[in-house]
Design a protein around this ligand. Sequence first.
Ligand SMILES: Nc1ncnc2c1ncn2[C@@H]1O[C@H](COP(=O)(O)OP(=O)(O)O)[C@@H](O)[C@H]1O
Ligand SMILES: [Mg+2]
Length: 346
Amino acid sequence: MITFDAVTKRYPDGTVAVDRLDLEAPTGEITVLVGPSGCGKTTSLRMINRMIDATEGRILLDGAPVQDIDPPTLRRGIGYVIQQAGLFPHRKIVDNIATVPHLLGWDKKKARARAMELLERVGLDPGLAGRYPFQLSGGQQQRVGVARALAADPPVLLMDEPFSAVDPIVRTSLQDELLRLQAELNKTIVFVTHDIDEAIKLGDRVAVLRVGGKLAQVADPKTLLSDPADDFVREFLGRDRGIRRLQFISTEGLRLRTDMTGDAAGPWRLVVDADGRPTGWVSRERPDELEPYGTFVRGRDPMRSALDAALLSPSGCAVAVDEDGKVVGVATRETLDEALAEAADG
Ligand SMILES: Nc1ncnc2c1ncn2[C@@H]1O[C@H](COP(=O)(O)OP(=O)(O)O)[C@@H](O)[C@H]1O
Ligand SMILES: [Mg+2]
């Protein structure tokens, strides 16, 4: 566990970048620091591995003040990932990944084997090992950055806007990859971003900072969305807070109609195949044309998926299926409106 105990950072020019920060980053969890530019995220992160020293207060690593640990020893147990990966341009990918093992004096063969293993772990083709960073895409370089940070298997990972410089599609896949890795590795991760969607997706806990380095709120994403502490947090979460919350609301209790496959269904009728799986929607006006449908697995997928499924179809309805893809019912626009209204109230 990483503990910030009344930590303040005042730069020599008088700027208070972080102001009496109290925060815990629990072991094995992802804690996200999020907030607008200049709110002290990078400063907070760098005080953990002592790239910057706190002016007042203490940071504890499993109870031990980091001030009492010499920086090289401290950093051996802390991986660090930054935007644009920060790879050494004149070193091959395999050597970039093996940077820390080399520093630790591992023998060449072992360091190389570890690097090759990590390449695969972060979803890269081992064939890239002999290339140089400029020969890789931005997303690939970012994966190499993550592999390098993991090379010596540190218990703690610090990540400063690691995915901010890549395009949205690549960013999504890097985020998914990080969550997949974390499910296996259970690192203690402190992740910095200015992107609230990224914070909500990745964080077990999310700490919202405001300019001046003050903590506005720390909570799990669901609580943050349902109970923002003040207007600053509410505004930072944005107008679509209600829609974001749907990610955390179960479809278990969603009211479903089961009469939509029959002839008396109304303006839209759902067509199913012999196994009970959906084929498409037909409208009363054009009974010969199959229109697209969207599905969600009732009880497994969140309400957000049900809404997305409804938006995929001109019928405005979401098809609820079981784990085998068989239709169990239909969530109509009215049902989904009720769920949205509840989310907005809650
Ligand atoms: N070396 C420095 N000297 C003076 N002020 C700094 C220095 N580094 C950062 N700051 C200031 O500290 C505040 C917090 O910066 P930073 O931690 O980089 O914020 P963030 O990462 O949230 O954008 C900003 O006002 C920034 O201008
Ligand atoms: Mg920063």
